[in-house]
Design a protein around this ligand. Sequence first.
Ligand code: NAD
Length: 491
Amino acid sequence: MTETTTRPSGTAPGVAYPRLGLYIDGAWTQGTSGRTEDVLDPATGEVIAAVPLAGREDLDRALGAAERGFRLWRDTSVQERGKILHLAAEKIRERAPEIGRVMTAEQGKPLRESTGEANRAADMLDWHVEEARRAYGRIIPAGPGETLSVVKAPVGPVAAFIPWNFPAGGPMRKIAPALAAGCSIVIKASEETPGSACLLTECLADAGVPAGVLNLVFGVPAEISGHLIPSPVIRFVAFTGSVPVGKHLAGLAARVMKPSLMELGGHAPVIVCPDVDPVAAARACARGKFANTGQVCTSPSRFFVHGSIADEFTSAFVEAAEAVKVGNGLEPGTGMGPLISARRRDAVHRLVTDARDRGAKVLTGGSFVDGPGFFYRPTVLAEVPPEADLLSEEPFGPLAPILPFEELDEVIERANALPYGLAAYGFTHRADHADALVRGFEAGILSINHTGGSVPQAPSGGWKESGYGREGGSESLDGYLVTKRVSHKLV
Ligand code: NAD
């Protein structure tokens, strides 16, 4: 096993891709298992690196380090933790152009989205540092000679599992609240996008996060969760990913009575009311739909449009879809990159084929882009029958089914009919319609007249099978803190 305190850098075709490693107990290592997994550039399909996969010995070292790191970090003042983490945020901003290029090389999204994501990860860290300063307890009235209070303490070492769609934002949504709250963390980032996670980790290490507080691993996902979650060292489990995997991990955590946070999939409805400009609404919807190639848990994915404006909306949506420049995210002007993998591209195409076979009309797109890489055309569908898989399975790709409606009450019911409840969108200028949407939508994240993304100061999270727990906002620290009641009698 080779261990270094600084991570050597390597190169990959087209972009300087970092040398990958596991970061355990303050040192980079290639691990003990000898196993690796290829990392592909989804825009070319070429192998650009190999990520080492942790074995049990590595995981045990990470757990031991997290246990020691927790004791140290918990007892570090909130001011000192804040200084280190703010410095890490500065380093992330300084290195955002490099992180962005690496992210685009491994995940495919356009460079401007990648660089923006790296900067937002820094903002997320800064915000949590400040919020942790306000993790107040309270004093409860009691009798003479007695104090009764409530204090918040960091819950302990955290095990976190992150997918590939936000290679910097995803890890930071777990690292920021954990470290700001005073927890240590063992994080399994995605084997498909390990470079960004390594660069983020390097920023935190360079800023002075002590050994053991942050441990980064890659590996066979089921092996890692199966080992970390039952370990008595781990006190909290945080996962972002699909509903089936979330249910499995929540089950593992429940068996050992550990609290968990589950940020799972969605199938977000959009309701476009008859009072809006259909062209402007269609353009806004298309921007939201094709961001990150539709690979966002909150991506708008069922477009219910009032019958009186459906034709105009649909034409404008098709026009916007056809105007998207699909290509390598490193090329200037690219509006949409590839899907993450051939597997995901095939899954997206299967949904289109199924819908078409059942009578849907594909108005634009509906096919692979010729040449290398995992590209899929921005796709708009009409007349999709209710039984098509596309209307019940999360598409996680650039697919936009447009579905006309007549009555608002009836369409809110259709929108809520799936077991998902993550995001929902409405377009209307009427206060009564907006009120009906906000009260009626069964979703944890509601947006009216836009499809914009999350911000650190407001909570994001699911309802129904889309999960539980919140990331962002004052709720973000909840899972990472334990509430202690302290009753003190002066005798
Ligand atoms: P998947 O279900 O195979 O994996 C999702 C994530 O979970 C991956 O990062 C994977 O490494 C991890 N994972 C899988 N099994 C695990 C286990 N036993 N223990 C720990 N981690 C495990 O999905 P996929 O094919 O990578 O992506 C497709 C689907 O996943 C999408 O349709 C979408 O529903 C969902 N997804 C959701 C998000 C999100 O932001 N909520 C992100 C990525 C993927």
